[in-house]
Design a protein around this ligand. Structure first.
Ligand SMILES: Nc1nc2c(ncn2[C@@H]2O[C@H](COP(=O)(O)OP(=O)(O)OP(=O)(O)O)[C@@H](O)[C@H]2O)c(=O)[nH]1
Length: 386
């Protein structure tokens, strides 16, 4: 929201020499939302709706074919979270048949904004109503990747953002989306939703990729597809966010029992059950890769046909100097623990009515909080019962 931040972003893009923002395509105000969701959602949102939506409309009209909207926002502050949730709702109203994917930055677990759990609960519950899917990046996880895989000593947001950008690029750079296809997808957002979001109750998407290492290590490393796929699959089922420290003991539950898996009590602890998965392979010989291990029905919930639950996109073009690389977007139980923790912490604060007056003064009532808690408890319960 702040002019300094916006002008820095504009000039960084222009300086890159690769691309720049249209000089008129930005919006800022003198002040942000003071880490208050209600301020962003109930004050800044309605006040600036017209200007913001005019800017969006102008961009949309430039498109021959509008694929949809991809928003980038944090949950812990007031602007990304509150204004972001408000704008997402406006997009849904103004473009009812367009795809909306919200890229959401999950705050560090500790030491940031005191009301971050309130802001996160309000953001998630509102996005769950108006968005098609939420692609989540946890700052703690990316920070760990910077430290352990990228060998960065003093980690800044710039480093964190570079890893996030790499991961997003590994999904959204052009690929062939049809089996054996030779045409790049023209509708990546739509294809992504079609493959990963088969039910509106399950909208949480997570992203993992392999390999990830400092650029100067690449010249000395070789990778085999079977090795990469084996690691990526174990990262999925053991819910490891990076290739280091994977728990190799985690195994899929045995199938063949007569009890439907959703009612099964014998699921191994820590096994990460999926609704759907999408693997994206980039680099040479990708056509020969055997992805059978991702088609294993025991990885998935019982209510979806396993054949529909797994898809792969491929391209022979290597990505970002990696000769071979694989990314996995999954709709799975990966976020259950962090979600449960955020909701639990927010609930404890709410029970003692801490800081609630900061929200009621901008028109967000206690009932709004209760509705948000209920909505997210439902999401937690749905994912738990996969
Ligand atoms: N990954 C990443 N996270 C960021 C970055 N900047 C801020 N955050 C996270 O965003 C949260 C804070 O929200 P901000 O985005 O700074 O706040 P805002 O949306 O501008 O809202 P106000 O400051 O209240 O106007 C914290 O969880 C930060 O860790 C960034 O450049 N990269």
């Amino acid at each position: 929201m702040e002019p300094k931040v916006i002008s820095q972003t504009l000039s960084t893009a222009a300086r890159s020499g690769y691309w720049k923002y249209d000089g008129r395509s930005h919006f800022c105000q003198k002040q942000g939302s003071g880490n208050n969701w209600a301020n962003g959602y109930s004050v800044h949102g309605p006040k600036h709706k017209e200007v913001i939506m005019d800017l969006v409309q102008r961009e949309a009209e430039k498109c021959d074919r509008l694929g949809g909207f991809f928003t980038i926002m944090s949950m812990a502050g007031g602007t990304g979270s509150g204004l972001g949730a408000f704008v997402t709702q406006c997009l849904r109203d103004a473009f009812p048949s367009s795809f909306i994917l919200n890229h959401v930055i999950w705050p560090y677990g500790t030491g940031e904004v005191i009301v971050q759990n309130y802001n996160s609960v309000l953001t998630l519950s509102h996005l769950y109503q108006s968005s098609d899917a939420l692609l989540v990046h946890e700052n703690d996880v990316i920070h760990k990747i910077c430290a352990q895989l990228m060998n960065i000593k003093q980690i800044s947001f710039r480093d964190v953002n570079q890893v996030i950008a790499h991961q997003l690029g590994s999904v959204f750079q052009p690929t062939y989306t049809a089996e054996g296809g030779l045409h790049y997808s023209r509708n990546p957002l739509g294809d992504l939703m079609e493959m990963l979001v088969p039910h509106p109750e399950f909208k949480m998407l997570g992203l993992r990729n392999i390999p990830q290492m400092p650029e100067n290590f690449l010249a000395y490393s070789t990778f085999s597809w079977p090795g990469l796929i084996k690691h990526l699959r174990q990262m999925l089922i053991a819910n490891a966010k990076m290739e280091e420290g994977i728990d190799w003991q985690v195994r899929p539950p045995c199938l063949g029992s007569s009890i439907p898996s959703s009612h099964s009590t014998n699921k191994p602890l820590h096994f990460n059950t999926s609704v759907a998965n999408l693997v994206i392979l980039r680099g040479k010989d990708m056509h020969s890769v055997d992805l059978g291990s991702f088609r294993d029905p025991s990885l998935y919930t019982s209510w979806l046909n396993p054949q529909d639950a797994f898809n792969a996109w491929k391209t022979p073009r290597s990505f970002n100097k990696y000769e071979k690389s694989a990314a996995l977007v999954s709709n799975s139980q990966f976020l259950l623990k962090p979600l449960d923790s955020v909701v639990g912490k927010a609930w404890n604060m709410f029970a003692s009515k801490a800081y609630i007056h900061q929200y009621t003064k901008f028109g967000i009532q206690e009932e709004d909080f209760l509705d948000s808690f209920t909505a997210l408890e439902q999401v937690i319960s749905s994912y738990s019962n996969l």
